[in-house]
Design a protein around this ligand. Structure first.
Ligand SMILES: [Fe+2]
Length: 185
């Protein structure tokens, strides 16, 4: 199964996103969609079904859309995936963001349970506007980066990144795709 990964669109979907996602089976959006509105999801849904995590800059009302949750837990080809905006915090003092890199290996599994709502093989997240592919203690962490604001910079002449995740029974492949110098619509 081919999955398009996108995050932090902040109200704009460059046309290049649909080109890169043209043969995906599913699109996962890791949040900060467009404040109160979901039209970026509608635009991408022309290509493939979309699920999204609510971002910290998305208002509560986005949760009334059945595509959007605080966290999605999925099983695809026997692989468990969690889609979440930020790696934080339900069992921790509010606002505390867990840097998964700083968690000791012996505490890792429990930290994932508490902070991510369960154990998954792959955690897909956003928020930081920087692409990440990281294997840590046997878990794969993927952040596709922001499609429109790389490094939190909004520039008309420079787009960000998205990702393509291929899951087959015998292998997982992930690549980050820079959107180049297109223009925001
Ligand atoms: Fe964001």
């Amino acid at each position: 199964m081919r999955i398009g990964l996108v995050s932090d669109t902040h109200g704009s979907v460059p046309p290049e996103v649909k080109d890169v996602f043209k043969d995906v089976d599913l699109i996962l959006h890791a949040g900060d969609i467009c404040d109160s509105y979901l039209w970026p999801l509608d635009q991408m849904e022309v290509v493939a079904p979309v699920l999204a995590a609510k971002g910290d800059e998305d208002s509560q009302n986005v949760l009334s859309d059945k595509r959007v949750k605080l966290r999605h837990s999925l099983s695809i080809e026997g692989i468990n995936l969690t889609l979440i905006h930020e790696i934080e915090s339900e069992g921790f003092p509010s606002g505390q963001i867990i840097d998964y890199k700083s968690v000791k290996p012996e505490l890792f599994k429990n930290a994932m349970k508490v902070c991510m709502g369960g154990i998954s093989d792959i955690y897909i997240f956003g928020h930081f506007h920087k692409p990440v592919i990281d294997v840590r203690n046997g878990f794969l962490f993927i952040n596709p980066g922001s499609a429109t604001q790389p490094d939190h910079e909004l520039r008309a002449d420079k787009l960000g990144t998205i990702g393509i995740l291929d899951i087959a029974s015998d292998k997982i492949e992930i690549r980050i795709v820079p959107l180049g110098n297109g223009v925001l619509n």
